[in-house]
Structure formats: C-alpha cells, structure tokens
Design a protein. Structure first.
Length: 170
C-alpha cells in the first residue's frame, strides 16, 4: 500500500506505555458515529451496532480517519490533505464507504472520518499505519465494535479495567 505525503507507520513516533493506556481510555470514551442517508448511527466500543448494520449490511466494518491531533503538530490544512489522500485510496481500491466522525467524550474535539465496508482486518491495519493512526475501530457483522490499537500492549494492561473492547495489534 503506497500513500504519498507525510503519512506512514506512525511517522516513527513512539508512544510511551502510560500514554498508550491514557489514549486507549480516551478512545474508549469517545463518541463515534457513521452517517447513512439522513441518519447518524452511534458506535460504542464493546457494543454491537445492529441499527447501522441493518442500514448498510457488510461482513466487516472499519472506522478510520486520516486526521492527527493536535493541530499544533499538524495543521487543519495538512489534515484535510491527508483526508483527501485517504478518500482517493478508498476510491482507487473500489471500496464502499460512508461519512463518519468522532469527538471526545464531551463532544468537543471533532475528527471527520469514514466507515469502510468489507475491508479485511490486515488491510485495515495496514491502512491505519499508512495514515499514521494510533487506532481504528474494526468489527465483524453482529459482533461488538472493537478498538484496534497499532501498538503493543503495555506491561500489565490485562489488569486495567475499562479496556475490554481493545485489541493491541503491536
């Protein structure tokens, strides 16, 4: 998978173990949705999404964004350009997708994204890495939504509560 621009394998950025856990908790608490027609369908990590799946049936689902906060590190314009590259990749690959978004648990920080249908899990992981994403949502039809983090699990993570819906890809 080739992607141009400043994207690529987390750009060599290393995330310290305590930050991985903080980010995992924040992403688990975040608000996600996909928009199909006039409807907005919320997605919750650890819960199935039957209403959305009735609207757009697929074998599996990927929620992804190309945006990377904070804006101090990457401008809104660079984020828009990364999003355009992601959309171009989805079109070139012939993938079905619908608009999606995420915000923090209080509805503040807003990130546009895409819900992609029927992309294999290894391809979803590769796409996340190509667009420097620390995490994506991925699940199979009728299964709970899962947060897939692109880092190895920190030591002792199995003892941490509230992260049952998280998969540490490494």
């Amino acid at each position: 998978m080739t992607v141009s621009g400043d994207d690529g394998a987390m750009n060599g950025y290393s995330v310290p173990d305590p930050e991985k856990c903080r980010l995992a908790r924040a992403w688990c608490a975040a608000r996600y949705e996909a928009r199909v027609g006039a409807g907005a369908f919320p997605l919750r990590i650890g819960e199935p999404a039957p209403a959305l799946e009735r609207q757009i049936p697929a074998e599996c689902y990927l929620w992804i964004t190309a945006w990377n906060p904070p804006l101090a590190a990457r401008s809104a314009e660079r984020n828009r350009q990364a999003d355009q590259r992601l959309v171009a990749w989805l079109r070139e690959a012939g993938r079905a997708y619908v608009p999606a978004s995420a915000s923090d648990d209080e509805g503040r920080w807003h990130e546009p994204g895409w819900l992609v249908l029927d992309l294999a899990r290894d391809q979803a992981d590769a796409l996340a890495r190509a667009f420097s994403q620390g995490g994506i949502l991925y699940w199979r039809h009728a299964q709970p939504v899962r947060l897939r983090l692109m880092w190895p699990a920190p030591p002792g993570v199995s003892r941490l509560s509230g992260l049952a819906g998280v998969e540490w890809v490494g």
